[in-house]
Write a protein that binds this ligand. Structure first.
Ligand SMILES: [Zn+2]
Length: 345
């Protein structure tokens, strides 16, 4: 009937979403009660209010609290199941989640293998239950010293060798300013040597130099990358090399990277020929979903169903699945698009 119905129902792919940042207030409250972790509120509506984004320090505080409540492998499994249920509700057939295993190892002693097994139990459950799946980008929090970063790199390199583990890349996340990608060059060189793809956050708060640094290290896609818009030569380079950007508009607005959606760089980057994908980053913390990102961009930039489809197909095509898995995903999405078009447009 309408573009809105189409966006809600069309099959989607998401490449930039943090599992820890996807914890809904309901799960946080449940885990906090289970582990006796004090929260600023003891009711669901209170926790929801507290979740409302205020500023960066508040955001970091929520992230630390979430991490404090993930005490066991079962908690991680529950978080991943809740996440996949929400992805299925939005018809997100495939997600590449970013997850930071070192935090849960270092702070709470959960061995890497236990964390991986927990994620894989949730993944297989969602495959059987909803027909949706995920793969993992395990990231280094850029604040940690390089000798700690290499611990994550070694885990990823080892797990990547067996496709059953569903690990597809080594990532780099966290606050960019003061921590350029080169800081962890040793980890990313080791990953590349082992044939492991690398996907770095760059050009969110950091400028074009940060993006150039990530490209020099061999980043296959760029998480955010929106600051490229201040450097026309870099935009041309991204377009020519077809380096995909994982753009999360609501996250950028909340973190004050752009003053408004109308002033966001996404449309000008698309117009310049850059491969753009749309993502939600930390959805409950930014009070968004992947569906909402599409709805708001379509409204602000006047996108039609073809433009929505183009971004979804970009994500499927630049995902880190094997070539045959990627082709199967693309076929499934195209079939879904045809079906949903017949029904809603
Ligand atoms: Zn991110």
């Amino acid at each position: 009937m309408s573009l809105r119905d189409y966006i809600v129902n069309v099959p989607k792919v998401e490449l930039h979403v943090h599992l820890e940042g996807s914890m809904p207030p309901e799960t946080l409250l449940e885990l906090a009660q289970k582990h006796n972790v004090p929260l600023p509120a003891n009711t669901l509506s209170g926790v929801r209010d507290w979740f409302t984004f205020v500023d960066m320090p508040h955001f970091v505080q929520i992230y630390i609290t979430i991490s404090n409540c993930l005490r066991t492998a079962e908690d991680i499994e529950q978080l991943a199941k809740d996440f996949l249920r929400r992805q299925a509700e939005q018809n997100v057939l495939y997600s590449e989640i970013t997850y930071t295993p070192y935090t849960h190892y270092h702070q709470k002693g959960i061995p890497f293998r236990e964390q991986l097994n927990a994620l894989n139990r949730a993944r297989r459950w969602a495959e059987a239950e909803f027909g949706v799946t995920m793969r993992y980008i395990f990231d280094i929090a850029r604040e940690v010293p390089p000798e700690k970063g290499i611990v994550t790199a070694e885990w990823v390199i080892d797990a990547f060798q067996n496709p059953e583990n569903a690990v597809v890349a080594l990532g780099l996340g966290g606050y960019e300013v003061g921590h350029p990608p080169e800081k962890h060059a040793v980890s990313f060189a080791a990953a590349r040597e082992a044939g492991v793809p690398i996907v770095l956050h760059a050009g969110e708060h950091g400028g074009p130099d940060s993006i150039r640094g990530a490209l020099a290290l061999g980043s296959q896609r760029i998480g955010h990358g929106v600051q490229a818009v201040h450097d026309p030569a870099l935009v041309r380079e991204l377009a020519e090399l077809q380096i995909p950007l994982e753009i999360s508009p609501t996250s950028n607005l909340k973190l004050k990277v752009f003053p408004s959606l109308a002033e966001h760089a996404i449309q000008s980057l698309i117009d310049a020929g850059v491969v753009v994908t749309l993502n939600s980053d930390d959805p409950p913390m930014f009070n968004t979903t992947l569906t909402d990102e599409f709805l708001q961009c379509a409204e602000t930039f006047g996108w039609d169903a073809d433009q929505v489809d183009a971004l979804i197909l970009n994500a499927a095509r630049v995902s880190l699945l094997s070539a045959s898995e990627r082709a199967a995903l693309e076929d499934r999405i195209l079939d879904g698009m045809t079906m949903i078009r017949a029904e809603y447009l």
